[in-house]
Design a protein around this ligand. Structure first.
Ligand SMILES: Cc1cc2nc3c(=O)[nH]c(=O)nc-3n(C[C@H](O)[C@H](O)[C@H](O)COP(=O)(O)OP(=O)(O)OC[C@H]3O[C@@H](n4cnc5c(N)ncnc54)[C@H](O)[C@@H]3O)c2cc1C
Length: 379
């Protein structure tokens, strides 16, 4: 847009210290950390959609730092040290959320989390030793002797059918992701960050005035530094980031009176997850039933996955009362090849922080802080 008024040019579209591209959890936590470290920074977040639309407002709302089988699997691929570092960031991220917002603001439910395991799990016969070992390794992070405790005997009273073991993690909770995003938006705006919605960034280039951000709306922004927080959609701006999109689908039932299920639950290394949400069941996942089909950033869902989730619900959760499916939605995650979150410098004063690989509720607060430190280092 070439005919901007002087007023517009000197307010909404004025040159910024930092432009953040993407207004999901990552963009918002990065903005908040930057302002907390230097309140005088001029920061604008450019968000493509009317409200953030990717993963942050479309997830399952588990405030989790990893279930036992998932952590064991990560240790096999990433090694103990790197895995513990990621678990530590998730743990501290959850603490940061709790210290930033009241439980009421984000519907925090300290309900505890559980992993369900079947006999076909490769370490089933060594489960107790594996848990004991994990508890020792995690004590330095959680400060608890027993982060994970086996409670197979409680499966029946929670109405769970067809599982062979259940491990409890009392530190896990559920949150309302929409309320957390909304509370974050209010907090960063109160700190002086400008958020412009409906602006899709297409590319960037630089000259002596700084870095120019070119947009679909033909408005050009200028900043000293920019950072991509565009997660699964990052390849459209920077293909070299090579982020793999992964769609996750969720369904929610109608209210089920007398529902015995309490807590947040994981199964099959996190490929299935479900929770009691105000007397309804929220269940998501099943991406492993159609990896190819779900490697997409098309936000519409698929009947194949929806039906897999319904079948899982009918097979594994005892509900004497019939229910209907009230909600079905999908969101898009971003994955790196090695499952590690990515903070990188793409060029002078151009950065990217992306790919929380399906656990961004807990990871984005600390990744945002790391990103802020990196930007300020080069400022
Ligand atoms: C179904 C599902 C369930 C999940 N469950 C959990 C869970 O229970 N617990 C957990 O910890 N994590 C969960 N996750 C993962 C978690 O939601 C993500 O890791 C996290 O939200 C990532 O945040 P983000 O800000 O990086 O990405 P996003 O939320 O995707 O934000 C990226 C933003 O960038 C914007 N954008 C993209 N391209 C452009 C552009 N060109 N110009 C301007 N803006 C742009 C998008 O509109 C979007 O708002 C789940 C994800 C899904 C999909």
């Amino acid at each position: 847009m070439s005919n901007l008024s002087l007023w517009e040019r000197e307010s909404f579209y004025a040159t910024q210290d930092i432009i953040i591209i993407g207004g999901g959890f990552m963009g918002l936590w990065t903005a908040l950390s930057l302002k907390q470290k230097n309140s005088s920074l001029r920061i604008t977040i450019l968000e493509k959609n009317i409200t953030p639309l990717g993963a942050s407002t479309r997830n399952a709302g588990f405030s989790c730092f990893g279930s036992p089988t998932e952590i064991l699997s990560d240790i096999e691929t990433l090694g103990l040290e790197e895995t513990l570092e990621i678990v530590r960031m998730r743990f501290e991220g959850i603490e940061k959320i709790k210290n930033t917002f009241s439980a009421k603001q984000i519907d925090l439910d300290n309900c505890g989390g559980y992993e369900l395991i079947n006999k076909n799990y490769k370490y089933f016969n060594q489960l107790d030793e594996k848990i004991e070992w994990l508890n020792k390794e995690l004590k330095i992070i959680t400060e608890k002797d027993y982060t994970f405790v086996r409670h197979d005997e409680e499966m029946a009273e929670k109405g769970l059918i067809g599982f062979d073991a259940m491990i409890e993690n009392t530190l896990e909770s559920g949150i309302h992701s929409g309320k957390l995003v909304s509370a974050l938006i209010q907090k960063v705006q109160a700190a002086g960050v400008s958020i412009l919605n409906g602006i899709e960034v297409k590319s960037w280039n630089r000259d002596l005035d700084g870095i120019h951000v070119n947009t679909q709306q033909q408005i050009r922004f200028t900043a000293n530094q920019i950072i991509l927080c565009t997660n699964a959609f990052s390849n459209a701006i920077s293909p070299e980031l090579n982020i793999t999109p992964a769609r996750g689908q969720v369904i929610v039932t109608s209210e089920i009176p007398g529902l015995k299920l309490k807590g947040t639950f994981h199964f099959d290394e996190g490929f299935y997850y479900f929770r009691n949400l105000d007397g309804k069941i929220l269940i998501g996942g099943a991406r492993n039933e159609d990896f190819e089909g779900e490697r997409t950033n098309d936000i519409s869902g698929s009947d194949l996955i929806k039906n897999k989730l319904i079948a899982f619900l009918q097979k594994h959760i005892d509900t004497t009362i019939s229910y209907t499916i009230e909600n079905h939605w999908s969101g898009i995650m971003g994955f790196t090849d090695n499952k590690k979150p990515l903070l990188t410098k793409l060029d002078d004063n151009v950065f990217a922080v992306i790919a929380c690989n399906g656990m961004g509720v807990a990871l984005t607060p600390m990744m945002g802080e790391k990103a802020a430190d990196m930007l300020l280092l080069y400022f």
